[in-house]
Design a protein around this ligand. Sequence first.
Ligand code: PLP
Length: 415
Amino acid sequence: MKTRKPTYVVRPPTAVLTRGFDPALSVGSARPAVFRSSTYVFSSPESAERAFALALGQAQPGEGENIDLIYARLSHPNAEILEDQVVPLEPSAGAAAVFNSGMAAISTLFFTFCPQGSRFLYTMPLYGGTYHLIHHILQPLGFRGIPVRAGDTAGMRRAIRAASGLKLIFIETPANPVLTMTDIAAASEEAKQHPDAPLVAVDNTFLGPAFQHPLLHGADLVVYSATKYLSGFSDLLGGVVLAREPYLVAHLHGVRAILGNILQPDECWMLNGRLPTVALRMNKQSKSAERIAATLAAHDRIAAVRYPAQFSDPDQVRIRDAQCRFPGAMIAFELKGGKRAAFDFLRRLRIARNAVSLGGVETLVCHPATTTHSELSPEDRQAYGITDALVRISVGIEDWRDLLHDFHQALDSVP
Ligand SMILES: *Cc1c(COP(=O)(O)O)cnc(C)c1O
């Protein structure tokens, strides 16, 4: 018998440009075409029957089987190309599902993996939309959530051990907007020993896919608001869930087909074109943010800077070093002088713009306490460090010296 050479496996920046797309299926075009059809013509009645059986989970696809497309709410060529091409960006991922926003991805994840009456655990604080989903949609429907403080490793371990009927652990790290990090490996370790075998899902929007890879630390699912860094130009909404196990993604595809929240062909096509540059953009943004954060930390109008490269708490430093490659481009800081000083700062910015959202090539600054996190109770905002003096910056790809000049002139003119 001849021993076969192991197949050569290309690295992620190459894979993202070469897999998942066959020019021969798009009349030879070098980049994918957009397929806007809502429905697909079957190659035979038998193929249609087979495609439905597979879509409904009544049969399993054979190795390399060619399956007819059915209807664009279930899937379409641009979703398939995008799902194939995003996989290599998340090491250890086996499959992906794309949604028409980050919240569509997160909602579908909860509805798919939390049976009603089961419990889920989540870190606090987190993205305002996820907070709303938990408090105003899931809990009234009978889903029971257990909050744990981001970064409290011992408390999280205890809460996981004590929870019965636990089906999902949802971690956002770093936590929006205060950038506190949660230990993914510790959560995954506890989940594996838990009798209910809960899945661990990580909202990786802030540091992924360039700087943090949750599946390598034992998580089962990674979720993205693709609206942010993956897309990078603040011009489309999208969401992605990736999993090590393809059957988890198959479940998500099944629920997505009925909720009807698949990402549309044009958006898939746009997002597809952004994937090869996400690491380039994020590296540039992180380097600029690192310089800006270091300088702002010394400014006498700034009371505290929250940025991963500036962590001093030993446990936060340990988690950062264990699970993040670079600090990223989100900075939060507290001004001296409370809300008035924060608002004056925002008013005086000339290059950076006062807007929510993040991850775009342009720099955006917001005031979380009165916008993205205004739904939290005042007590919760206080407890989690979302003070009236806090502003959050998403650093873009402008020259960092111009941004720093802008921040300085705005700080210096705060009365
Ligand atoms: C923006 C964001 C979301 C929601 O994504 P949309 O695309 O706006 O629906 C979820 N999580 C985090 C951390 C985000 O920043």
